[in-house]
Design a protein around this ligand. Structure first.
Ligand code: BGC
Length: 702
């Protein structure tokens, strides 16, 4: 008898309909809004227009930064709220930082995070969310690495646009900091120097995706310079690229305080709103600029028009009030836990994890070692800091997980001589806001002794504080199995001690539910399923030069895995890497032509005996290209949950336009050459290949 063969379940890696559902910005009638804005402008005096192009006060009121607004005209103010890991206004859900969410490689989940943060911002009375941060991680030592998603433009674009579309169900978003803001200590002065090709191919695609595909309502410019010109007065960035090329119809606001460096130059270049208050856009300075002929009143009207546009498009004056009960609601708390669980990256596992609750609670003793186990470590204390009513520490999470566990806590300076009596030691190591984060010089100075407010800035190197390395080594001298849990916002160098440990997991800054999530992953209630959104080098020497005091920083096509590939260096843990508690195989890569590009299908089978998650990734190579190319670049990925024995077909769409390079003379060009699609489980493990040749007109499978 013939058995009917069930077809495999098919999953779309990025389902545009699902991701973009409800995004207000994508459903705006441009002509109708423009007509309404023009009518409004016709009634406004110059003073009223000027009021629309600047923030109202330096300090936020309950976390809200106000800009514009005029009751007599019925124009609402923008009320802007930070930020990337939650609503920075009073108490709110502190989600895992963006880099952790990047590690989920889960666009649907990131959309839900956007929805949740957007809703909480709306409940706080805000209407603009100052997120996502989508500055590419050029070097993992960047102090604000935790705020962004990735070292890869394709991954960043997918995660960023998912967040934007989710949040824009409720409020406008503000992808930031436009552009090339990736060094903290010198951010107010440094110049990111870059050629036009690298700018368009590497550092801008994710901004473009948020603007063009996600219709981001606003964009925040950066503090730094690009090729010697401050981003806040950069006509090429703010006008030529953002508006003329990408068709952006929202407004640009400056980064805070030092983000606007001039009056006429900034306004003319396309800086629409100075935040948080008028310094360069004061009445006097504007008057002076007009009198000297540097600034035309029509340009003020143009910028006021842009500022007004989204107020009308989003119908901000009739925005429904959102009940405060959505803030830290049960579903948001659960989401924060789910995200944390999916973000932990298991980097090494010599048959230790998952721990068995049954075995453990019967006979075994667990040592929990290191101060970080007992500290709520949510990330830096800069503008993205979020406070929650309750935060579960790792130790708290383990204690709450089961009363049967025989847990013993050893702070970092405890006597560890009894560790031989233990079966497992869970060692917590990593970074805090002291070692990395946004650096706010004035607050740092004011608080020299008050470490509470100290800001980390960039990291000079990627190692752990030396006393923590010593702590790990000390634990490994004992007979217990050693599991190291690493906290931090990006790559950490582990090569000097990792051989001695039995398991290693990166848990980032895991948000308010981090402790609960950790217990569930350690005990295998859910799979270990995060994947690295940043290459972990063996040593920083493998990477490009890194000077945290640099004022001129060269940018090109090579950084992260692209740089390692060029140098022939192998990462300690490559981009996209992460272990699971089960095993997966991959076969049958097919690449079919569609009207606009390719539909790739890859079949993934869970060959282990437990349900698990995996992240197939597709990289493209251009082996016979006539121009300089990186060895490979990520072009698609998708996250799958697969039952034991089940095979799932993942569909990844790659459009022809995503295969182009940016020619200095001709702009975006689809080269006539061979295009190889490589599928695998990380940048370091490519398993399947399929190739097509483009002869300038037609595509031929190879
Ligand atoms: C940061 C922005 C932030 C703003 C408002 C600035 O210093 O660079 O990311 O949104 O402050 O807090």
């Amino acid at each position: 008898m013939l058995e009917s063969i069930e077809p495999n379940r098919v999953v779309k890696a990025f389902d545009r309909e699902v991701i973009h559902e409800g995004n207000i910005g994508l459903n705006v009638d441009y002509d109708a809004v423009s007509t309404e804005v023009d009518q409004l402008l016709a009634e406004m005096t110059l003073a009223q227009k000027i009021n629309e192009i600047r923030g109202q006060q330096a300090a936020p009121v309950d976390g809200l930064f106000y800009a514009g607004g005029d009751e007599s005209l019925g124009i609402p103010a923008y009320k802007m709220v930070d930020g990337p890991r939650g609503a920075r206004s009073g108490l709110a859900t502190a989600f895992p930082v963006a880099m952790a969410r990047g590690a989920t490689f889960d666009v649907n989940l990131e959309r839900r995070v956007g929805l949740a943060i957007g809703l909480e911002v709306a409940a706080k009375g805000g209407n603009v969310l100052l997120a996502p941060t989508i500055n590419l991680l050029r070097h993992p030592g960047w102090g604000r690495a935790q705020e962004t998603y990735s070292e890869d433009p394709c991954h960043m674009g997918a995660m960023g646009v998912a967040f934007v579309s989710g949040a824009q169900n409720h409020v406008l978003t503000s992808p930031k900091h436009f552009a090339l803001n990736n060094l903290e200590l010198t951010r107010f002065e440094m110049s990111a120097n870059i050629d036009i090709r690298s700018l368009h191919e590497v550092y801008l695609p994710h901004f473009k995706r948020c603007v063009v595909e996600g219709a981001a309502g606003s964009v925040m410019s950066a503090y730094n310079k690009v090729n010697g010109v401050y981003c806040g007065e950069h006509p090429e960035l703010l006008t030529d690229i953002l508006r003329d090329d990408w068709g952006f119809t929202g407004f640009v606001e400056s980064d805070w305080f030092l983000g606007t460096r001039s009056t006429a130059s900034a306004i003319n270049a396309g800086m629409d709103i100075e935040m948080p208050a008028p310094y360069r856009f004061t009445d006097e300075k504007l008057q002076e600029a007009m009198e000297s002929g540097d600034l035309d009143e029509a340009v003020i009207t143009r910028n006021a028009r842009r500022a007004l546009y989204q107020k009308v498009a989003y119908k901000l004056s009739d925005m429904p009030e959102v009940d405060a009960s959505v803030v830290e609601s049960a579903s948001h708390i659960e989401l924060a836990r789910e995200v944390a669980e999916k973000s932990f990256v298991l980097l090494k596992n010599e048959d230790v994890l998952p721990l068995s609750l049954k075995q453990m609670s019967r006979t075994q003793k667990i040592a929990v070692v290191g101060d970080l186990a007992d500290i709520a470590n949510l990330g830096d204390r800069g503008s993205s800091m979020v406070s929650s009513t309750e935060v579960t520490t790792p130790l708290g999470g383990l204690r709450a997980y089961s009363s049967e566990l025989d847990l013993h806590y050893f702070s970092s300076d405890s006597d560890l001589s009894t560790l031989d009596e233990f079966d497992v030691a869970l060692v917590f190591a990593g970074l805090t806001y002291r070692e990395e984060g946004e650096f706010i010089p004035t607050q740092q100075q004011d608080a020299e002794d008050e470490s509470e407010f100290a800001r980390g800035g960039d990291r000079m190197d990627l190692r752990l504080p030396l006393e923590q390395e010593a702590l790990i080594r000390q634990v490994t001298e004992h007979s217990c199995r050693t599991v190291v849990l690493l906290e931090g916002g990006s790559a950490i160098e582990v090569s000097s001690w990792s051989d001695g440990v039995d398991a290693l997991m990166m848990i980032w800054y895991p948000g308010r539910e981090g402790g609960h999530a950790l217990a569930r992953v350690l005990f295998g209630e859910v799979d270990a399923s995060g994947r690295l959104p940043v290459s972990f080098p063996v040593s920083m020497r493998q990477l490009m030069d890194w000077d945290i005091n640099a004022l001129d920083v060269p940018h090109d096509l090579f950084h992260g895995y692209r740089y390692l590939d060029r140098e022939g260096e192998k990462a300690q843990f490559p981009f996209g890497f992460g272990l699971s508690y089960t095993r997966f195989s991959m076969d049958g890569l097919q690449a079919e032509r569609t009207e606009a590009g390719f539909l790739l299908t890859v079949t993934v089978t869970n060959t282990g005996d437990r349900v698990g998650d995996t992240v197939p990734q597709v990289y493209v190579r251009y082996p016979d290209s006539h121009v300089l190319r990186v060895d490979k670049e990520l072009k698609g990925f998708g996250r799958l949950t697969v039952e034991p024995g089940e095979s799932v077909d993942l569909e990844i769409e790659i459009l022809d336009r995503e295969l182009r390079y940016f020619d200095t003379d001709d702009g975006w060009t689809l080269e006539s050459c061979l295009y190889e699609f490589h599928a695998g489980f990380s940048a370091g493990e490519l398993i399947l290949e399929s190739a097509w040749f483009y002869d300038g007109e037609d595509w031929e499978p190879q």
